[in-house]
Design a protein around this ligand. Structure first.
Ligand SMILES: Cc1cc2nc3c(=O)[nH]c(=O)nc-3n(C[C@H](O)[C@H](O)[C@H](O)COP(=O)(O)O)c2cc1C
Length: 391
């Protein structure tokens, strides 16, 4: 059995940290999920922290996401020869270094001035792809340039205006985004008490609307250019952003305007998963938007097995909602997710120390995943099955 250090490329970070402890630099962030959130709460403005940490209503679904993960426990297997491991994962025709992506997080410029440029730099440093939100703080082309060759996808909030929709999607395709992730659970913002108490919505302050302000179709609909007066642009953004009229019958339009794979994000019900499959989508993200939309909704991990059953392996299923550690990722993978999206924790890391802190966070996450997979008796994520978990 091979024991070369290269066989555990991510876990090597653990040794780096221990050695640094005897004289070098240690990670720039707290490494426990609660410590990370606590540090972010100390450093960010109350409005920015509330926006990231908060959820819909009583935040019962934020809690349900965690409870669903905590309820299931890993049952390690031993004496299986796991010196060599690989986290490499194939997803929509791309080989990823690990089954981990950064979830779309809108208006991330409110946590750090680098915004998505910091995300792109950390993605380059680690190979972890990111999904750029429609409501990003930097224009998608600028972020694409910063990302270089690293894999990235574009998350779409389908605007009310089809021509703006077409333009956003085609810009994403032209600037090298590898898939369109259509978020279906946010055609209207939920009742979010923390933001309401602060009277804070980043977009109305002009943060998170860069893709619209740089869009030729959107701009052509404005009475004056946003550089002259941003107010009509912000008002128009509020008119076009959300689209509660969407139905399954709109999906062929998206198929028509792009040759990229289409992934639906926000699926929780098996019937919707079957519908998505019938509609010919290329992937699904089981997600409840981090408990930010329907308060009292099912914990996302509890929805995963039924969606996996409904889809029957025909298209890859991704998962998010409460992922805080490598062990959490392994649990979702064992239940049938091909990969997981990290949400809030990476926003906290970026907020604490920009792309360097985010890189440290991602390296730690990948190290923990690689270590935990081995400690559970596996060499690669694809070997994980529901038998790895308590019911
Ligand atoms: C501050 C914040 C902004 C978000 N913005 C978007 C977005 O623009 N588009 C989207 O599809 N999901 C968005 N999400 C949802 C995430 O992509 C992801 O589904 C969620 O964060 C996962 O839950 P977790 O953070 O608890 O792990 C956002 C989440 C947060 C916390």
């Amino acid at each position: 059995m091979s024991t070369e250090p290269e066989s555990l490329p991510f876990a090597a970070y653990q040794n780096e940290i221990y050695v640094a402890g005897v004289g070098g630099a240690r990670p720039a962030i707290p490494l426990t999920p609660s410590g990370l959130e606590q540090r972010a709460s100390e450093l960010l403005s109350p409005e920015a922290f509330g926006y990231v940490a908060g959820g819909a209503g009583t935040e019962a679904t934020v809690a349900a996401n965690r409870a669903a993960l905590d309820r299931r426990q890993l049952i390690p297997r031993h004496l299986r020869g796991v010196a060599s491991r690989s986290l490499e994962t194939e997803l929509l025709g791309t080989r990823l270094p690990a089954p981990v992506l950064m979830a779309p997080i809108g208006a991330i410029g409110i946590v750090h001035t680098d915004g998505e440029l910091g995300i792109a730099a950390a993605a380059r440093a680690t190979g972890v792809p990111f999904i750029l939100s429609t409501v990003s703080s930097n224009p998608m082309e600028t972020v694409a340039t910063a990302a270089g060759e690293v894999a990235r996808w574009f998350q779409l909030y389908w605007p009310r205006d089809r021509e703006v929709c077409r333009s956003l999607v085609q810009r994403a395709e032209a600037s090298g985004y590898g898939a369109i992730v259509l978020t279906v659970d946010t055609f209207q913002l939920a009742w979010r008490p923390r933001d309401l108490e602060h009277g804070f919505l980043p977009f109305l302050h002009g943060d998170g609307i860069a893709n619209y302000l740089t869009d030729p179709v959107f701009r052509s609909q404005l009475p004056v250019p946003p550089e002259e007066d941003p107010r009509p642009a912000i008002a128009h953004w509020a008119e076009v952003f959300a689209n509660p009229t969407l139905t399954w019958s709109d999906l062929p339009f998206l198929r028509e305007i792009t040759s990229l794979p289409i992934v639906l994000k926000g699926i929780q019900h098996p019937d919707d998963a079957r519908r998505a499959l019938d509609a010919g989508v290329d992937g699904i993200v089981v997600s409840n938007h981090g408990g930010r939309q329907v308060d009292g909704a099912i914990g996302s991990l509890d929805a995963l097995p039924t969606v996996v059953d409904a889809v029957g392996g025909d298209i890859p299923i991704l998962f998010d909602g409460g992922i805080r550690s490598g062990s959490d990722a392994l649990k979702a993978i064992a239940l049938g997710a091909r990969a997981v999206l990290i949400g809030r924790p990476y926003a906290y890391a970026l907020g604490i120390g920009g792309s360097e802190a985010l890189t440290d966070f991602l390296r730690g996450f990948l190290a923990e995943l690689e270590i935990t997979i081995g400690l559970c008796g596996l060499q690669r994520p694809s070997e994980a099955t529901p038998e790895l978990l308590t019911a």
